[in-house]
Write a protein that binds this ligand. Structure first.
Ligand SMILES: *Cc1c(COP(=O)(O)O)cnc(C)c1O
Length: 318
């Protein structure tokens, strides 16, 4: 084992250590729009079933640290600062919004970032737009084979990454860990009293795990899986266990609306998304996550899943 140099931190226990760590002062100047706006969206797909639709605009929190990525990343940035770590290392696929948000955080806060990217074959090729933005923000990209990527939670493998890159603050894939889940609980608290049902898109399930925990009694959350695989409910349980010591809030998972899997689409989804974006002035409506959630939610309303008079808030996570 190599020993890491001691972190450059101030004197412990002094009054100054109560203040915001120096490396996070810029975080306060990023001026996030919080609580994020909540707006009514009159829409035939819902109103004809007697359901009110609201949009929780987390996509407006910050232009670079968008949506649920703000809520999950900021607590991790604070944890890194408390630990005196100036380098963040995290994991993602070639189109990961989480990698982009982490890279942007690095640029904005003056931290080094390393992105471990799934797919060694990408190493020699021109970067796609998403990875090019990561690189432009100063992220060091490290491409690994799919077999290695599967070991991303294996301490032996991450120890090898420390040998290679030196000390870093590790943030798991999608940014979902206990800190992130506790950060996402604030989304639920912002929605108390505002809706009966809250719908959110799920990748890793970290946002749903926190959201459900933050809601009031009598409110419930539905997570719409954007990936296929049926693993989501187990992950949400695990994340709530890690963050809160047990299951919290009322939540369920919908596995029927991934439309073929991550970043896949169907004609029906695309035409719904185009119509919704036009009706509600959302030209950049995210297809990978948010459109599937709205599409699934409209389908549930059509199936009579919500009693007339139900208010449903859909989280625009990005
Ligand atoms: C990352 C992301 C999600 C998935 O969030 P999880 O916490 O991983 O479930 C949902 N929507 C958008 C827009 C995202 O970028």
């Amino acid at each position: 084992m190599s020993s890491a140099p001691p972190p450059p931190s101030g004197p412990q226990g002094s009054p100054a250590s109560q203040a915001l760590p120096k490396s996070l002062e810029p975080l306060e100047s990023l001026a996030p729009r919080l609580p994020s706006p909540l707006s009514e969206a009159a829409d035939e797909h819902f109103s004809r079933h007697g359901v009110r639709l609201l949009l929780k605009r987390d996509d407006l929190i910050h232009p670079d640290l968008v949506g649920n990525k703000w809520r999950k990343l900021v607590p991790n940035l604070r944890a890194a600062a408390r630990a005196g770590e100036h380098t963040l290392l995290t994991f993602g696929g070639a189109y990961s919004n989480h990698l982009r948000a982490t890279a942007a955080a690095g640029r904005l806060l003056g931290l080094s970032t390393i992105g471990v990217v799934r797919g060694e074959e990408l190493a020699g090729r021109p970067l796609n737009d998403s990875l090019a933005r990561c690189a432009a923000d100063g992220m060091r990209l490290h491409f690994v084979t799919r077999a290695d990527y599967r070991r991303r939670n294996d301490p032996e493998w991450t120890a090898a990454l420390r040998e290679r890159f030196g000390p870093f603050h590790l943030i798991p894939e999608g940014g979902s860990n206990a800190e992130a889940v506790r950060g996402a609980a604030e989304l639920g608290r912002e929605l108390r009293g505002a809706a009966d049902v809250v719908a959110v898109a799920c990748g890793t399930g970290g946002t749903l795990a926190g959201l459900a925990a933050g809601l009031a009694d009598g409110q419930r959350a539905i997570g719409f899986a954007a990936l296929r695989g049926g693993f989501l409910a187990g992950e949400v349980e695990r994340l709530q266990q890690a963050a809160f010591g047990g299951r919290r809030g009322a939540w369920t998972v919908e596995d029927r609306f991934h439309c073929g899997g991550f970043a896949r689409t169907t004609d029906a989804l695309e035409s719904f998304a185009r119509g919704f974006a036009a009706r509600h002035g959302l030209p950049g409506l995210d297809r990978v996550y948010v459109a599937k959630t709205l599409y699934g939610l409209a389908a549930l309303a059509g199936e009579g899943a919500f009693p007339r008079g139900t208010a449903v808030a859909a989280v625009v996570t990005g």
